[in-house]
Design a protein around this ligand. Structure first.
Ligand SMILES: [Zn+2]
Length: 57
């Protein structure tokens, strides 16, 4: 099974080996499907890194 990571901005599954963008936040590395998602994350990481997942918005 290939390693995958979830793009915290848009929710897409991303292959870390092929992710076009990544960012580190509080010691964790996050991978993004596109540079635009990374920019959104870098702007407001707290908005995307939440301890609880909001359901079904
Ligand atoms: Zn994305």
């Amino acid at each position: 099974m290939a390693m995958t990571a979830r793009d915290p901005v848009c929710g897409m599954m991303v292959d870390p080996a092929e992710a076009p963008a990544k960012s580190e936040h509080q010691g964790r590395t996050y991978y993004f499907c596109a540079p635009g998602c990374k920019q959104a994350f870098d702007r407001e990481p707290e908005k995307y890194v939440q301890p609880r997942r909001r359901c079904c918005g």
